[in-house]
Write a protein that binds this ligand. Structure first.
Ligand code: ADP
Ligand code: MG
Length: 431
């Protein structure tokens, strides 16, 4: 299966990314709004103050006016306040050093935002110089509290923050649930795809297997049928032919039996492997291997091949002894088959992290291109030769499944011209 990162991590990654984007957006909106609101408000207020200042600079009867929130101050060029709409004159100090007054004295419009001690409010001040006959006659100062804007802005920020918070919570939860569903759906799709491709593979293997089995059974059956027909057609009258043909029929029936026996063995091991019902007992390995060698001795003698066993006498492992015996018989049987006359086949057991049973021959070896498929059912390097030697093509597949049923594995090492080594690797402790 393609590895997937843990589901939880992915959901939180998506969720937090979304959250950060939303929070950053809200902060940016606040900062930008703050700037534009302030400058817009100050600009507008300044313009209003300027108009009022212009109006007042020509008016003489200020006392009779009502100015609402506006505060009007008239200042003489020496800084003495001559009129103020918000405070008694005797309470007013000299204004000469106020920055906005200084600007006006210098002939410029003065604009200042400052906290007024008199009114206990932040005020926006605007001053304009008024000239008479070319000299500075007075300074008009118009001011207005700008606490309003702060109040408005604060309310706005408060609303925005609440709104933002709601957006964060809402979109956060939506993202959270959506991404969870999305990831769930993706995961399900991924699992389905894996399952479907597994099923397809299994189906393909099943078809191939049925095809292979039919093919393997067909040849001996066709031959048997053919020879029976020949006998029926009169060959049985010749005793020599009869004997010969019956012999051939016998050989091929044996072959059929062999294939069916091997297939049954395989399916039994596979079933035990799948259900892990294989009964394992702890026994000494050496006697099991010795029995396997004994079984193969008649065949080895025919070619004058000597069989050697190297195994520590007290090595014990958990196993199904008949199966291990069968696996080793299959390997030794192959080794004898592919060994030259008068050679040696050795069975060597090594014990390290695991236990390795090696069956080694000095035969023709196997070309490396065949090695990856060697343990597949019915795979043979040389079809005709293997069949002639009575092989079913299932021997190594059986070895592989026996090893797997023990929690182990199989391996092959082969050099053309030098020989082959087949390894069964078994875990010391079966998990
Ligand atoms: N020791 C060996 N040396 C060379 N070739 C081998 C050896 N063992 C197995 N093979 C190759 O692997 C094929 C599969 O072996 P196996 O599954 O036992 O089937 P079979 O013995 O019935 O042919 C054999 O046909 C042969 O080509
Ligand atoms: Mg074989």
């Amino acid at each position: 299966m393609v590895p997937n990162p843990p589901k939880k991590t992915r959901i939180w990654t998506i969720f937090f990314t979304q959250l950060i984007i939303i929070v950053v957006t809200i902060i940016a909106v606040i900062l930008m709004a703050n700037q534009s609101f302030k400058s817009f408000y100050i600009d507008r207020t300044t313009n209003e103050l300027r108009s009022v200042a212009q109006l007042i600079s020509h008016s003489t009867q200020l006392e009779s006016h009502s100015f609402g929130r506006l505060r009007i101050t008239i200042i003489a060029p020496n800084g003495v306040v001559t009129f103020d709409s918000a405070e008694f004159l005797e309470n007013m100090e000299n204004h000469l050093h106020r920055p906005e007054v200084q600007s006006a004295i210098n002939g410029q419009e003065g604009i200042q935002t400052r906290y007024s001690d008199t009114l206990k409010e932040t005020m926006l001040y605007l001053t304009a110089p008024v000239y008479q006959d070319g000299t500075l006659a007075k300074i008009v100062r118009v001011s207005v509290p700008i606490t309003d804007i702060h109040k408005v802005l604060n309310r706005f920020y408060f609303n925005l923050s609440i709104g933002g918070l709601l957006i964060v919570i809402l979109s956060g939860s939506v993202t959270f649930f959506m991404s969870r569903r999305m990831i769930d759906a993706l995961q399900r799709r991924h699992e389905n795809e894996v399952l479907v491709s597994k099923l397809k593979k299994l189906e393909k293997m099943r078809k191939e297997f049925v095809g292979n089995v039919s093919h393997e059974l067909r040849t001996p059956i066709t031959l048997i049928k053919g020879f029976i027909e020949t006998l029926q057609d009169g060959a049985s009258e010749n005793p020599a032919d009869s004997k010969k043909f019956l012999g051939i029929i016998h050989t091929h029936s044996e072959r059929l039996t062999g294939i069916i026996d091997d297939l049954l063995t395989l399916s039994k091991i596979e079933m035990e492997e799948d259900n892990t019902t294989l009964e394992l007992i702890e026994v000494k390995l050496k006697p099991v291997l010795a029995r396997a060698i004994q079984i193969c001795t008649p065949k080895a003698s025919e070619k004058n091949v000597s069989l050697h066993l190297t195994c520590s006498a007290d090595l014990k492992i958990r196993m199904a002894p008949p199966l291990i015996e069968q696996a080793v018989v299959n390997l030794i049987d192959n080794a004898i088959k592919f060994s030259p006359k008068n050679s040696t086949v050795s069975c060597i057991v090594a014990q390290e992290k695991s236990i390795t049973i090696e069956v080694k021959d000095t035969g023709a070896g196997i070309e490396s291109e065949h090695l990856p498929r060697l343990f597949q059912r019915f795979y043979r390097v040389d079809n005709a030769r293997s069949r002639n030697q009575g092989g079913t093509g299932l021997g190594l597949a059986i070895v592989k499944h026996i090893a797997q049923a023990h929690g182990g594995s199989v391996r092959v090492k082969s050099t053309v011209g030098l020989g082959s080594s087949f390894f069964i690797e078994l875990p010391l402790q079966r998990i």
